[in-house]
Design a protein around this ligand. Structure first.
Ligand code: KIV
Length: 266
């Protein structure tokens, strides 16, 4: 199947599942990362609440606020023309009732220009997903390891309760989610869920048989400062490039070889 030349939309997600075309999703949080990731041709860009960890250096995603998600979401939406942009609903808005969740998602859509929201939840949040979808706002579900529930789950660990995971993913799909992220679950469970629901599954630490894959940009390009999960493959070493570049520049300043004639204006 040829890739759409217009901005990707939720119907393209459904078509990708139907046609067996793998979906690619990666996070972005700012203007340069939005521009570069969009130009790389990914299907979907997630403005994740992981911004609290990889950009702001917090130890979990819990501190991310609605205002921060709107701030980063607006920048990334404006930086992109092609990928479907999804913005995370930050904790705890999906737990405060359908009306509160719709109000927050509507603000995200109106104030950022994104095309969809993602929310973490179990089958217990199905009514919230149905309410948001009923308001005309596309929702991506997120089950398995739900980082917003890290304290309840006892850490960032593999989730293995296959009955619970299946029920959560099926509830999100039945409630109208257009795709479901499966995070850190056994590959056989992810494969079975992928076969059992009509909408695409997007895996992270969930094996190769999901309909698509997502990674945090900073992990993918080797820019994460803290420990990187085992399921990550780094395709670049940006951390080393930045350190080397800045060290070489500092050296040249100290040696008075920067600026040279080419960088001197008059
Ligand atoms: O916030 C995030 O980056 C995410 C991905 C890990 C799926 O939710």
């Amino acid at each position: 199947m040829t890739r759409p030349s217009q901005r990707v939309n939720v119907l393209d997600f459904a078509a990708a599942k139907r046609d067996g075309r793998p979906l690619s999703m990666v996070t972005a949080y700012d203007w340069p990362s939005g521009r570069l990731v969009d130009a790389a041709g990914v299907d979907c860009i997630l403005v994740g609440d992981s911004v609290a960890m990889v950009v702001a250096g917090r130890s979990s995603t819990l501190p991310a606020t609605l205002e921060q998600m709107i701030y980063h979401g607006e920048i990334v939406s404006r930086a992109t023309t092609r990928a479907l942009v999804v913005v995370d609903l930050p904790f705890p808005l999906q737990h405060l009732g359908v009306r509160t969740a719709i109000e927050a998602c509507a603000r995200i859509l109106k104030e950022t220009g994104c095309q969809a929201v993602k929310l973490e939840g179990t089958a217990g949040q199905a009514d919230v997903i149905a309410g948001i979808v009923g308001a005309g706002i596309p929702v991506m579900g997120h089950v398995g390891l739900r980082p917003q529930a890290v304290h309840q789950l006892g850490g960032y660990r593999m989730q293995r309760d296959s009955d619970q995971l299946t029920a959560d993913a099926q509830a999100a799909a039945s409630a109208g989610a257009f795709a479901v992220v499966l995070e850190c679950i056994p590959q056989q469970v992810a494969a079975a869920i992928t076969r059992s629901i009509k909408v695409p599954t997007i895996g992270i630490g969930a094996g190769p048989q999901c309909d698509g894959q997502v990674l945090v940009l900073h992990d993918l390009i080797g820019l994460s400062i803290d420990r990187v999960p085992k399921f990550v493959r780094a395709y670049a070493d940006v951390k080393t490039s930045i350190s080397d570049g800045v060290s070489r520049w500092r050296h040249d300043v100290e040696e008075r070889t920067f600026p040279g004639a080419d960088e001197t204006l008059g």
